[in-house]
Design a protein around this ligand. Structure first.
Ligand code: BGC
Length: 784
């Protein structure tokens, strides 16, 4: 026997052994491993997409192999400022595609709005507002000639508190995140813009997100249960909402890059979730040609020419990639285009309103519209969370003199849209609050920045029409009321007139794509707060915060009477804050994550993983905590946080009563779903198995909205998990009834052996109230 034949037989045996090893027997199988899943499934067309696929198949049928390949790879161009472009195919009247950042509003253009960012949307716990915001944002994308909005962000979910991008997403609770992603996808796509829900999946740190020198991208190592119950969950909602695009992430998943991970793309997304659209790589996130094609990647950005382009054509000609795979890539892309009606003649030409260089002469294309005004303002408002209010410090009562401090109260010294990332560069505070992220991909700026924050930094930053800063809004209010206003935004130990009715300290916690924050509080900012508090009996602290900010260094100071997390409010920051401070508006935001007392409470999940030991060149991030992040972890370990998930004060009070739970007799409670796969998974996962009802009354003296929250204890899982929320607006003495539908998915846990969601028989404790730790109503749901 020749040696090559011998090696052939040995190879075959090895393959068979590997195939046998792929039989799933227990959960530990996935930990640190990424099972192969081939071939890449062609889209199995759901009824919602049938018409689009019919047109797409006919369209793709006319294309040459080269033309199909051209649809799959970005082209660099200088005609417009799209983040990525697919070239036109004039022969068949295809105008090309423009992909633009990002989820919080269109970036780096004039005539666009700075909306409240994802975290503020999370804090609002308001589905309707999230939907309206998405319609507004997407309308701007459409008017500007962008086909694909590169958002919303549901990954990072927020596993690591220092992550530089947590603010781009909604919440580290998968249920809340998924519910708001659902609305965002539906709202955006209702105006014809394709959403690119990103970053798929388990992308939980910026540090080593991409290879640096000899060091590879971090590998997020997680088990199958954690994948489904936490990180995949919001993507499932986005697919269920019909998203046309998903962006694969930079990191590796169990040792295999996300954009060439067949388990993630071919299995989870395209088989289990029945995803109808196409997968685009994050910019530069592709690391192979044939492997990424066969693993289910459909489009590569920003350029196809590195691994695909002519190489993909060659791979088809020599049989390394099937022609059917490239057909499926092209068909998925074109189907999404038809599905959103982008073939219509009234869809603006790709990139037509997005100048390559805004300082060069260009046509004026107006994205913003006055009809968005109230939504932008409401978004800023509902993203503010009042977490401390001692001695009725707020609302302010006819103050005579207010003193205003802190570097975040004022508008930045200059703003020009051409700078692109308005809040970076020479905008940092200098040595005291800046840092250099030695271990990060890019050098970082400070964790606190000079001037008020309207968004975080990087591709999720958005462009303000104007900035209503706290200082300007307070000045306008002082002029109206004829109130005195003193200020000092420079000193760390400012002079304070001790007769001031209130001293407001407005500071921030900045974060940006590209680097993780170096810590969760900084001495520089704390010293300003403590120095003012030492001289002013009524010190009100406001954080514009793009990251979790610990407060235990100052929060128990008797003169710190109030604390507000403003989150990332967008251009109406100051106006929203001042309306809330004076009680013209009521607080209704809730924490979409917890604030613990100490870093150590995070048990290692405060900071990103670094390369170490034998993995000096292959950094590993082991998600060994499973689903136990944020409140799930604090509950399990009996750690009392400073401010729990779901917490937020109001100027009024609410009372809950009358919890009732009713099983829906007409729906099966069999252990496993039996339905066919629709977008998002098996159809009956969305059957409403039970409905919880209760009542809420405004028992205080002013109008207000309350986020009523339902938590469920799924047997074998965390003691409670958010599974419902509603936000009624209530007049004084007003009562509303609350209805929380619980779907099969809401009550199930992922069975790693069956590879299905399992609805267990047994008792499910239910809790309703105003935060994850203030749950006056309890009950039990029994599934038998
Ligand atoms: C980011 C994406 C972004 C893309 C295009 C990447 O670095 O991770 O979120 O959409 O760039 O700008």
């Amino acid at each position: 026997m020749s040696s090559s034949v011998l090696y052939g037989i040995l190879g075959l045996l090895a393959c068979q052994a590997a195939a046998q090893a792929d039989v799933i027997t227990d959960d530990s199988y996935f930990y640190g491993d990424s099972p192969p899943f081939y071939p890449s499934p062609n889209a199995t067309v759901s009824s919602n997409w049938a018409a689009a696929y019919e047109k797409a198949r006919a369209f793709v049928g006319q294309l040459t192999l080269e033309e199909k390949v051209n649809l799959t790879g970005g082209v660099r161009q200088s005609e417009n400022g799209c983040s990525g472009s697919i070239a036109a195919i004039p022969r068949v009247n295809f105008p090309g595609l423009c992909l633009s950042d990002a989820g919080n509003g269109i970036r780096s253009v004039d005539y666009a709005t700075s909306w409240a960012s994802g975290w503020s949307v999370g804090a609002s716990f308001n589905r309707e507002l999230a939907h309206k915001r998405a319609v507004g944002i997407a309308s701007e994308f459409r008017k500007k000639g962008s086909n694909i909005a590169l958002g919303p962000v549901v990954g990072p979910l927020g596993r690591v508190a220092e992550n530089g991008r947590n603010w781009e997403g909604f919440s580290n609770d998968p249920y809340l995140c998924g519910a708001l992603a659902y609305e965002t996808v539906q709202g955006s796509q209702s105006v014809g813009v394709i959403t690119s829900v990103k970053h798929f999946v388990a992308y939980e740190q910026e540090t080593y997100r991409n290879p640096v020198g000899n060091v590879s991208s971090v590998s997020s190592n997680l088990d199958d249960k954690t994948m489904h119950e936490l990180y995949l969950w919001p993507f499932q909602d986005a697919v269920h909402a019909g998203t046309g695009n998903i962006m694969c992430s930079y990191n590796q998943i169990n040792g295999s890059w996300a954009c060439q991970n067949s388990w993630a793309m071919n299995n989870l997304l395209k088989t289990e979730l029945g995803f109808q659209g196409f997968v685009v790589s994050d910019w530069g996130g592709q690391h192979s040609g044939v492997a990424s094609a066969n693993a289910g990647l459909d489009m590569v950005m920003p350029t196809g020419s590195t691994y695909w382009g002519d190489n993909l054509t060659l791979a088809v000609t020599n049989g390394s990639v099937t022609a059917a795979r490239v057909d499926d890539m092209a068909t998925r892309i074109i189907a999404a285009w038809y599905q959103m009606g982008q073939d219509s003649s009234d869809y603006p030409a790709p990139g037509s309103g997005i100048p390559y260089d805004v300082s060069a002469p260009h046509e004026k294309v107006i994205g913003w519209d006055k009809s968005y005004k109230d939504i932008v303002y409401q978004g800023a408002l509902e993203g503010h969370v009042l977490v401390k209010n001692a001695n009725n410090a707020l609302p302010l009562q006819s103050p005579q003199l207010i003193s205003l401090y802190g570097y975040s109260a004022k508008t930045p010294d200059s703003f020009y849209v051409g700078n692109g990332e308005w809040n970076e560069g020479d905008y940092s505070l200098g040595e005291n609050a800046t840092y250099t992220a030695a271990n990060s991909v890019e050098e970082g700026t400070g964790i606190a920045v000079n001037g008020t924050i309207i968004s975080g930094g990087g591709s999720g930053a958005n462009m303000p029409m104007y900035i209503s800063s706290p200082f300007e809004a307070l000045t306008a209010r002082a002029q109206e009321d004829y109130t005195g206003l003193y200020w000092d935004f420079e000193s760390t130990d400012p002079e304070v007139d001790p007769t001031s009715d209130a001293c407001i300290v407005d500071v921030n916690a900045f974060a940006s794509e590209g680097w993780d924050r170096p810590n969760l509080h900084d001495d520089y900012t704390d010293s300003i707060i403590l120095n003012v508090a030492a001289k002013c009996a009524n010190t009100i602290v406001v954080f514009q915060n793009a990251g979790a900010r610990l407060v235990d260094t100052f929060i128990d100071h008797p003169n710190v009477t109030a604390l507000i997390f403003a989150h990332v409010p967008g251009q109406d920051s100051g106006k929203a804050l001042v309306s809330l401070l004076y009680g013209d508006e009521n607080f209704s935001g809730k924490m979409p994550y917890s604030i613990p007392k100490n870093e150590s409470d995070y048990a290692g999940l405060d900071a990103p993983s670094l390369p170490e030991g034998e993995f000096a060149y292959f950094p590993q991030s082991n998600f060994s905590e499973g689903v136990y992040i944020d409140y799930r972890a604090f509950d399990a370990k009996n750690i009392t946080p400073r401010y729990e998930f779901g917490f937020g004060l109001s100027y009024t009070t609410f009372a809950f009563s009358g919890l009732n739970v009713a099983l829906n007799g007409s729906v099966s409670t069999a252990s496993y779903p039996t339905g066919q796969i629709v977008e998002g998974g098996q159809e009956d996962l969305w059957d409403v198995v039970a409905t919880v009802t209760a009542s809420i009354t405004n028992t205080g003296s002013v109008k207000g909205a309350e986020v009523a929250q339902l938590y469920v204890g799924i047997p074998g899982g965390p003691v409670k998990q958010l599974r419902g929320f509603e936000k009624p607006v209530l007049e004084v003495n007003g009562t509303a009834s609350l209805t929380f539908p619980l779907t099969r998915r809401d009550l199930s846990s992922w069975d790693t052996v069956a590879q299905k969601w399992e609805l267990q028989q047994g008792s499910y404790p239910l809790y309703v109230g105003s935060s994850s730790r203030d749950l006056p109503l309890t009950g039990t749901l029994t599934i038998s």
